[in-house]
Design a binder for this molecule. Structure first.
Ligand code: NG1
Ligand code: MG
Length: 358
């Protein structure tokens, strides 16, 4: 089972690094998306759940016009002016969050996280939401959980340069790990639903770094916006006849086909009342094939890991999760079998794989 790579004692605390106690601490979880991938920027329905791993921040005013952000796990500090951006890397997320969260004066920020980075598990949303919760606890920000998510999304758009949807930030802000969040990414209407009966969620990191994730993401987004324009709809969620996408030129046809079929898969998963694990698993498998073949955002190693999972008798279904181009895979497995499934699959996959959840 997963144990922290570094004992907590070796990571400097806020007190040790900044020489005084913080004013507040706050946390937010990462998320894994079960179904509804690459639809949250086309008004689609998504089904993420929070993972147990969290990002924790400690904050305290420093009496200057600069923010100082200390990434304790990396032992790295970044300093930047109040309201400004930071020089690349992880500090941009904090800089953007402090700026859009309205921090008026310099803050010292201490960050620790056990959300795997760059695995499609929303380490960035967890960081943004944790900092916004900290600003809320300091009395600097007065915002609902929904507005916290919307501010966090603006950080990605305006400070990081990823034109992402709202799934990750909403999941980090309102989901929990014992239910799945059904989110309408257009209206933000949401319901916490029970996970499929007699099953559990297994997440394995493929160990493939998500190299093309940012550029590939913005390119896909532009392609499906163009597809929606050609089809005369505001967003692909509004496509009434799935056959209409077949008239589009390639690759817009394949990209739109994924978004439209993926949205239908979420609705199929929830049809007929209760959420059945076997039916949910079949839809997860179909989602993976669609992301691999039509959306072209998978990776050969991720495909290999998904195939090993899908072949295991205690697995209902498995797919890549998050933006893709590497990163984690999610499987729905028979209750109580996640550890055994992970062990069997990882021994065939190779040493770079790692069980992340449970
Ligand atoms: P990940 O893979 O967690 O970065 C990205 C987007 C989401 C969503 C998924 C694909 C960011 C911050 N988030 O998630 O909004 O579009 O891809 O479903 O880029
Ligand atoms: Mg991210």
């Amino acid at each position: 089972m997963s144990t922290p790579a570094t004992p907590a004692a070796s990571i400097p605390t806020f007190e040790q690094h900044f020489g005084r106690a913080p004013q507040v601490t706050a946390s937010a979880p990462g998320r894994v998306n079960l179904l509804g991938e690459h639809t949250d920027y086309q008004g689609g329905f998504v089904l993420p759940t929070a993972i147990p791993q969290v990002t924790t921040v400690a904050l305290g005013a420093n009496g200057t016009r600069e923010h100082r952000v200390f990434a304790a796990d990396l032992n790295e500090q970044s300093t930047f002016p109040v309201g400004g951006n930071a020089e690349g890397g992880f500090a941009r997320y904090v800089a953007g969050t402090l700026a859009l969260g309205g921090a008026p004066d310099g803050l010292d920020v201490h960050v620790t996280s056990n959300v795997p980075m760059g695995a499609g598990l929303s380490s960035s949303a967890a960081l943004e939401v944790a900092v916004l919760r900290g600003l809320r606890d300091l009395g600097i920000l007065d915002a609902s959980d929904e507005r916290v998510a919307l501010i966090a999304q603006r950080v990605e758009h305006e400070f990081v340069g990823v034109q992402c949807g709202i799934m990750d930030q909403m999941a980090s802000s309102v989901a929990n790990s014992t239910t799945m969040l059904l989110l309408d990414t257009r209206s933000l209407e949401r319901h916490l639903l029970p996970l499929p009966a007699a099953s559990e969620v297994l997440v394995i990191d493929s160990g493939v770094p998500r190299k093309l994730a940012e550029s590939g993401y913005n390119e896909r987004r532009a392609q499906v916006e163009e597809a929606a324009r050609l089809l005369g709809v505001t967003e692909l969620r509004d496509v009434q006849d799935p056959q209409s996408v077949e008239a589009l030129p390639e690759p817009l046809r394949e990209r739109a086909r994924h978004v439209v079929s993926e949205n239908a898969r979420v609705q199929a998963a929830l049809a007929e009342g209760g959420v059945d694990a076997a039916r949910f698993g079949v839809l997860m498998n179909a989602s993976h094939a669609s992301l691999r073949d039509d959306y072209a955002v998978s990776h050969p190693r991720v495909d290999a890991l998904v195939a090993l999972l899908q072949a295991h008798p205690d697995v209902f279904g498995a797919r890549m999760t998050g933006a893709g181009f590497g990163g984690a895979v999610v499987a729905l497995v028979r209750a109580g079998q996640a550890g055994a499934v992970a062990q069997a699959v990882l021994s065939q996959y190779g040493p770079e794989g790692r069980q992340v959840v449970p």
